[in-house]
Design a binder for this molecule. Sequence first.
Ligand SMILES: [Cu+2]
Length: 460
Amino acid sequence: MLSACAPAVSTSRLVLPADPRVGEVEAARHGTGRTRSFTLTATPSRVDLGGPIVDTWTYDGAVPGREMRVAAGDTIEARLVNRLPVDTSIHWHGLALRNDMDGAPHLTQPPIASTTDFTYRFTAATPGTHWLHPHTGTQLDRGLYAPLIVEDPADPGAHDAEWVVVLDDWIDGTGTDPDQVLADLRGRGGHAMRGAGGRVLGGDVSYPHYLINGRIAAAPTTFTARPGQRVRIRFINAGSDTAFRVALGGHRMTVTHTDGYPIIPVDTDAVLIGMGERYDVLVTLADGVFPLVAVAEGKNATALAIARTGAGAPPGPGSRPAELTRVTIGYPDLSATPAVALPAKSPDVVHRVALTGAMMGYEWGINGRANDLDARSLVREGQRVRLRFVNNTMMWHPMHLHGHTFQLGDSGPRKDTAVVLPGQSVDCVFDADNPGQWMIHCHNTYHAEAGMMAVLGYQS
Ligand SMILES: [Cu+2]
């Protein structure tokens, strides 16, 4: 069963992050020649979520962290200053970047120790709605995340304004912290909320707060525009254990991008977003005040933001627009545009990636192995690869591959994070064009930390 993963590493050479080939591929990326410099300080902070005051960890005191926005081809030079009491790192989620800057400790770089700093430097070649977050322990479930928007000069820009909407589930500083949450899940075998609310996409953790752009529903942020303006909304699910169903009251949405890549546009009333996923939509705003609602699936709670183009009282924190229960698009409704669809080709290598979990205890794994960075699915540069995620557990998993944007099946959307439902399988197809060692993992922070991590390894 594991034959695809079994070839002995000793008989072939792994292309490691320091391999000259990594630098050669980087040099071949089309760059603008422009360098954009940033400094991020990961630091303990006291944050107001719109009522609740929490002690947490942030980038530069803000939740979400300050948006990083560059043009495709710019070189990002980002100095991370670690003022946390522990190691950290930054992963640039969605970018196909050089392997040694991917931010996966122990795989692509040493951990960045407390009171030290590290400068990331890489070409941001992949346009789209991306984001950044630590790849260390449960840190993502604190306040350490920020949007990373890579603008596409080739994008027609058929919109008047942009609204970046970051979704999150929040527990840190409310009498517990994510490390304690993980310890509690392990202590009681986890899965307390599985199937809660009758939703397939429930979670393991009951959060006290759900946020849009760092605010609870009782104190929402407001996006202001003029009636008739066309707005590009960039949704990012930065949650750790929550799928969100989003809708804008009084509006339909046209979905244009999945995980940063263009799709053939599809109209919908609502969009379901797993952890790590991004969707871009276009809406033409009507005249008035409208709730943008994110339902935490299976958790009987919502997050809220307001779109205002005219007069009126803002909708209340319990708003549940009718659009939430109308049409919700799913993967079968989506196709990559011809420009980014993969040309037809039979795979050179197929890897079966079984998602596994023990019946007892809070243990997750890939192909039965927990957090095993030596459990590599091996590929060679130039190969067409098919990863077949097979979910043998009772829980859903948003599976993320670093360094690549795969296509779902032979004609689906391009993505880097794909929801795999219990008992189902999902085929992720890509060309191996970014040599190095890359994480494959569940984007449920607690599943990943409890073992659902493995590696896609290039060999030469
Ligand atoms: Cu999972």
